[in-house]
Design a protein. Structure first.
Length: 74
């Protein structure tokens, strides 16, 4: 893959991470609020787990792209 494409992909991965972090933070708040209100939070917790898994995947992709870019520079 050429360097310009790698850089664009890296920028996209960074945006995905930022969005995912926002989703995780918001969903943690939802879980907290539901628990504070004494409401069943099971579905909210499941959704939080999915958001956390997606964040992990986005971080892994970003790290892979960084490594690939570093190899391209050498």
């Amino acid at each position: 893959m050429d360097q310009a494409t790698l850089k664009m992909d890296l920028e996209r991965a960074e945006r995905h991470i930022k969005t995912s972090e926002q989703h995780v933070a918001r969903q943690r708040q939802v879980v907290f609020e539901r628990q504070q209100d004494g409401v069943d939070a099971l579905e909210a917790k499941r959704l939080l787990q999915l958001f956390e898994q997606l964040l992990t995947l986005h971080i892994a992709e970003r790290n892979r792209l960084r490594e690939e870019l570093a190899l391209e520079h050498n």
